[in-house]
Design a binder for this molecule. Structure first.
Ligand code: AMP
Length: 286
């Protein structure tokens, strides 16, 4: 495994690989580090698409709309590198902030207003603009054939898929299922910041989403009622404060009010749990 810190080194290394074998297939997994089993499942999926896998580990400052969230974002590069090595990742790109933003905040902006009316985008101004820009740059630097993203961050996955289409980027974007703790809590680097009471209440998020799905399966077709049921279960944990519970179309991310008799949609939630912002969702199809 090779660990590189600069864009120049990365591009040199990739050029060497391509000159040795022009048909070599690369998969990229972008991350912000503090790796857990959710990331590792993306690594394993990525290996099925490619001859070699590259990982980026970079806590991208421009996608944090809350400075405290950025300051408290956990990191452990040594352990991350160990995981990458064990999972057979071949290149790890772990640049510094100065390396990625030598001129400070970039002037170019990418945004997708039509996919940003709901869910996290409407609550985290500037977040997805920061995500799209860093992912576009990573795609440009690595030129992977495939990139793997988690569906836990569903809006991010949809936005990236759409960016790739709109900009004719030659990369296939794969979405990977959410990996959970045994009590259902979606794995997240931010879970490390939960104290023990908050950690217990955090498990209510997935339980609530599943109850929302069950309510639909049992015949309720009112999005408003299902959202309320989900929200009530989440807030039955005194540490939890719901930021949103929304039901949206899986592709357009538009809100759905009257749920279809049969069909597919997403129930998504964002919750401040003991002050730590967590997100989760469930794809429902009948
Ligand atoms: P992050 O390091 O949080 O930016 O996440 C890097 C990638 O891992 C993103 O594509 C996330 O959607 C994905 N990811 C994070 N948590 C999980 C999880 N619990 N299950 C599956 N994928 C995840």
């Amino acid at each position: 495994m090779q660990v590189v810190r600069t864009r120049i080194e990365l591009q040199k290394l990739l050029a060497e690989r391509r000159s040795a074998n022009p048909a070599v297939r690369q998969a990229l997994i972008p991350t912000m580090g503090f790796l857990h089993d959710g990331h590792l499942s993306l690594f394993r999926e990525a290996r099925t698409y490619a001859d070699f896998c590259s990982v980026s580990i970079f806590v991208n400052p421009i996608q944090f709309n809350n400075p405290e969230d950025l300051a408290k974002y956990p990191s452990n590069l040594e352990r991350d590198l160990d995981y990458c090595e064990r999972e057979g990742m071949e290149i790890v790109f772990a640049p510094s902030r100065e390396e990625m933003y030598p001129q400070g905040i970039p002037v170019l902006q990418l945004s997708a207003p039509a996919l940003s009316e709901n869910l996290c985008a409407s609550r985290r101004p500037g977040h997805f603009e920061g995500v799209l820009l860093i992912v576009a740059r990573l795609f440009h630097l690595f030129a992977p054939q495939t990139a793997v993203f988690g569906k836990k961050d569903y809006q991010q996955y949809i936005l990236i898929r759409r960016m790739v289409e709109d900009l004719d980027m030659a990369v296939k974007v794969e979405g990977s299922p959410t990996v959970r703790e045994s009590d259902g809590l979606a794995m997240s680097s931010r879970n490390a910041r939960l104290d023990s009471a908050s950690r217990e209440h955090a498990a209510l998020i997935h339980r609530a989403l599943r109850l929302g799905e069950k309510t639909y399966r049992e015949g309720n077709r009112s999005a408003v009622e299902i959202q309320e049921i989900v929200s009530d279960v989440i807030e039955s944990g005194s540490r939890n404060k719901t930021e949103y519970v929304e039901i949206v179309d899986c592709d357009s991310l538009k809100k759905i009010e009257a749920l279809p008799e049969k069909g597919k949609f997403l129930i998504a939630a964002a919750v401040f749990c003991g002050g730590v912002r967590l997100i989760d969702n469930i794809e429902v199809s009948l």
